[in-house]
Design a protein around this ligand. Sequence first.
Ligand code: ATP
Ligand code: NCN
Length: 215
Amino acid sequence: MIGLLGGTFDPVHFGHLRPAIELLEALSLTEVRLVPGRLPPHRPQPRLTPARRRQLLQMAVADIPGLVVDGRELDRIGPSYTVDTLRAIRDEVGPTEPICFALGSDAFCHLMSWHQWTSLTQYAHLVILTRAGHGGGMPAALNDWVARYAVQSASVLRAEPAGRVYRQPVARLEISATSIRQLFAQGRSARGLMPDVVWNELAGSGEYGYPQVST
Ligand SMILES: Nc1ncnc2c1ncn2[C@@H]1O[C@H](COP(=O)(O)OP(=O)(O)OP(=O)(O)O)[C@@H](O)[C@H]1O
Ligand SMILES: O=C(O)c1ccc[n+]([C@@H]2O[C@H](COP(=O)([O-])O)[C@@H](O)[C@H]2O)c1
């Protein structure tokens, strides 16, 4: 059973990595693939280029067994729709291998606006990760939909290739890429919020406006 965590990763931080590691262990996954999007369909375009976000992600996971980068969305032209990614991965792994697509509870709340959202569970299970600072607010219609597919035991995920919704509690880390970009823009340190190798790279390059040049 493999896991996927899609995102913008602008930049990657411990709020991505720690939940991914906990997911790997809790569901005994063979691997968790971090899948950076090239052209997020739903938000302002990332500050860093696709190539740079891929490079930083690769640096971040280099020493973490079980976490790998899947760059297929960066290599694809057009909006990075998750349904296209899941369909492609399903074709690769075959019809029986369970796939778990994980997403934070904040992202999950917007699921009904995603491209062909009802088809997502044709290809994968959806795993909702608890996210600090996000107090719920799931639309009633989505709540009803979840109730039809939700399972309480991870063993059910293993027994079927796709089609279920599961909640995985993970460490509540109040870290976001938005707040990290703000720290950089203010010339403040973001050390400790991401692997040192990523921090050193970003701090040294002046990306996100760091350090501020005083006039
Ligand atoms: N601190 C966190 N805890 C749990 N899940 C998280 C956390 N940060 C991000 N995620 C989840 O990881 C996935 C990718 O997130 P993304 O790359 O957009 O990071 P972000 O910090 O939310 O970025 P931004 O602040 O730019 O929106 C999403 O499913 C998101 O919900
Ligand atoms: O497919 C869609 O229409 C769609 C709409 C919004 C978000 N997503 C996916 O949700 C994941 C988390 O997105 P984000 O905004 O937190 O980076 C990422 O894999 C996105 O591609 C996908």
